[in-house]
Design a protein around this ligand. Structure first.
Ligand code: FMN
Length: 269
């Protein structure tokens, strides 16, 4: 019998090659009454990691009601979603990802320098501001000026890094913070959700570092939206492709719907 803690995300059994979870090990009896596809997956640190995310068949089950968060003054507002891209070729889908969220949420975007090789700025929704390392430094001149990574960390209700490159994964796991994105993560308030959707060549994905880094991220409370197997941009076939933007969107939206409205502004330290 498996011991251990339980987490309220569905185990998608299983994106990481070294994870030996099987479907039968998932506690199906513990499905959430509100969202039956949200099941509670056993986490087995002793046996390697278990992946948390929403199953592909949940992608079409986006709740129909709009989600409004009430502020301290009781004025409802949309969720504030901070979308970030790092330097995986899957960043070509970043514009599409921003469009998926832009009706439902207030969206701000962050991009690493490497990801800008793949992002077409013109494809981003007009009302989504894009922040890079350049804005981080240009917006600060003297003591007393706002520091962009702290402002964005304070603003967001959720951070979604999609795609997450192998490099940024390693940096987050090691606590490094040498650009706008990793500074936001290093300053992150873990009472707020942080999701990542890795995307990399299958040789990078199956490298032993990946599992080590993902285990550290799991300890931090970061949720994984697992990559999928398909023909990758480099021509190789295998696991490592980023989950589709529609699945990433529905994962976040279902997460918000399942926990209900929250009062915003109470934890802005
Ligand atoms: C054409 C090209 C495609 C790349 N695709 C990926 C990828 O899919 N996933 C990945 O993790 N790294 C990929 N890389 C390597 C990253 O861009 C590189 O590690 C970079 O330093 C990542 O920086 P960042 O994590 O700060 O965004 C690619 C590099 C090139 C030149």
């Amino acid at each position: 019998m498996l011991e251990l803690g339980f987490k309220k995300y569905l185990c998608s059994v299983c994106a990481i090659p070294s994870c030996r979870s099987t479907d039968s090990e998932i506690d199906r009896s513990a499905a959430s009454p509100k969202h039956p596809h949200f099941k509670i997956a056993a986490f087995q640190p002793a046996r390697g990691i278990c992946i948390f995310g929403v199953a592909a068949d949940a992608a079409e089950e986006v709740p129909s009601s709009d989600m409004l968060i009430s502020q301290g003054n009781n004025t409802p507002r949309k969720p504030r979603v901070l979308l970030a891209a790092s330097g995986s070729v899957a960043a070509i889908k970043f514009g599409n990802l921003c469009h998926c969220f832009s009706d439902w949420a207030e969206v701000k975007a962050v991009a690493t320098q490497a990801s800008m090789h793949f992002i077409d700025k013109a494809a981003l929704p007009k009302d989504v501001p894009l922040y890079t390392d350049e804005e981080e430094w240009l917006s600060w001149n003297k003591i007393g000026d706002n520091v962009l990574h702290i402002e964005l960390r304070r603003w967001a209700d959720v951070l979604v890094i999609a795609p997450l490159s192998a490099n940024t994964l390693g940096k987050i796991a090691g606590g490094l913070c040498d650009n706008l994105l990793t500074c936001i993560v290093r300053a992150w308030d873990y009472s707020k959700p942080l999701f990542v959707a890795p995307a990399m060549n299958t040789f990078m994905w199956t490298n032993p570092f990946t599992e080590r880094h993902l285990m550290l991220m799991d300890e931090l409370g970061i949720s994984l939206i697992p990559p999928v197997s398909k023909r990758l941009a480099c021509g190789d076939y295998g696991n490592g492709a980023m989950a589709e933007p529609s699945l990433i969107y529905s994962t976040i939206r279902i997460f918000f719907e399942s926990r209900g409205p929250r009062v915003a502004g109470s934890n802005n330290s």
